[in-house]
Ligand binder design. Structure first.
Ligand code: F6P
Length: 365
């Protein structure tokens, strides 16, 4: 087995997520204990392109466990292999491969291995470095909880808790004003946040990307509730939900991002259409990035600390190019790019959907 590295880099790529700092803290403290130097790379792979790195020791990560975001900064556009440098005459981004530039900076700083904390875009961006002999250990993050190969990712519990609190708050005002309230939550193509927050808040209707909804059925639920004296309805709507035969609502497309589609607008569409069809006053709230910000809940701090520690154990034990995951309650690891281009979606026969249906929650199907 190879000798473990004595100088490593750590970076956070992709969208931020509560718990990133807890991973950085675990990595740096473990490294310091084992006499491994750590360089913090700023703004994900952008810091490697622009040579922005700084030494981190245990004092730099003291007191960051409870902070949201990432002390290193992040970028969801900086894939060195496909980095946008200006625009082409047709207005499209001009992508260049800057892997060599990054390799020069890696060599100048004597970085022998990288801990890359990010989503599947970040893991794919790490691939050219693994091919050039830089050992990369991946730590997955996403509030969406859609990482293939891991039962859970840190950040998810915090997002669910924020969405649940929002739904609880909307509940009392909806009841007072006899309204339909639609709360649009994040998650991209995965409905995990909507499902968990919807069940936790006792939402009357949950709309998921994985189950196309029939608007007539959604309307019928709202009307039946009114007829039975419940003059309000709470709808927890995933940003990626779509009506039968309809399309997902795309709010913007960012061609420079590895994941260019940004969803948004389905909550407004559902609320407006229900109001038009029923005459019941309907409003919507888009939670957006509120779900990603602020203090991580305890479960995410614990999970992130475990992920960071496992990443360091892998590095110290000479493992190469692995991704930390949680499977059946156990920390383990898989090949770093094995989760790329795959998503862990909510199976329509998931036990939590059955439980929700049993308490009269509708999925609009
Ligand atoms: O993947 C995390 C996530 O927050 C999604 O739930 C959401 O669709 C997307 O990122 C938003 O991306 P951005 O921060 O680039 O707007």
């Amino acid at each position: 087995m190879d000798k473990h590295p004595t100088r490593i880099g750590v970076l956070t790529g992709g969208g931020d997520c509560p718990g990133l700092n807890a991973v950085i803290r675990a990595v740096v403290k473990d490294a310091t204990y084992h006499d491994i130097d750590v360089l913090g790379i700023e703004d994900g792979f952008l810091g490697l392109i622009e040579d922005r790195v700084k030494p981190l020791d245990k004092n730099d990560v003291s007191n960051i466990l409870t902070y949201g975001g990432t002390i290193l900064g992040s970028s969801n556009k900086a894939n060195p292999q496909k980095y946008p440098v200006g625009t082409l005459p047709d207005g499209k981004p001009n992508f260049k491969d800057l892997t060599d530039v990054c390799m020069t900076h890696i060599e100048i700083h004597g970085i022998q291995a990288l801990v890359v904390i990010g989503g599947d875009g970040t893991m794919s961006a790490a691939k050219p470095f693994t091919e050039r002999g830089i050992n990369c250990i991946g730590v997955p993050k996403t509030i969406d909880n859609d990482l293939w190969g891991s039962d859970i990712t840190f950040g998810f519990a915090t997002a669910v808790s924020i969405a649940t609190e929002a739904l609880d708050r909307v509940h009392t005002t909806a009841a007072s004003h006899h309204r339909v309230m639609v709360v649009e939550v994040m998650g991209r193509n995965a409905g995990w946040i909507a499902l968990h927050a919807g069940v936790a808040s006792g939402s009357d209707i949950i709309l998921l990307p994985e189950i196309e909804f029939d608007l007539d059925k959604v309307v019928r639920v709202c009307e039946q509730r009114s007829q039975h004296g419940k003059r309000f309805t709470i709808i927890c709507c995933s940003e990626g939900a779509r009506p039968k035969g309809g399309k997902q609502h795309i709010e913007r497309v960012d061609p420079t991002s590895p994941d260019p589609i940004r969803f948004g607008g389905i909550g407004k569409w559902v609320a407006d259409t229900i109001e038009d069809m029923t005459g019941i006053e309907s409003r919507y709230v888009v939670l957006g990035h509120v779900q990603r910000g602020g203090t991580p809940v305890a479960a995410d701090r614990v999970l992130a600390t475990q992920f960071g520690h496992h990443a360091m154990q892998l590095l110290r034990n000479g493992a190469k190019n692995r991704l930390v995951v949680m499977q059946e309650g156990k920390l383990t690891d898989v090949e770093i790019t094995s989760a790329a281009d795959k998503q862990r979606l909510v199976p329509p026969d998931h036990a939590m959907i059955a439980a929700a249906r049993a308490v009269y929650t509708s999925f609009g199907d």
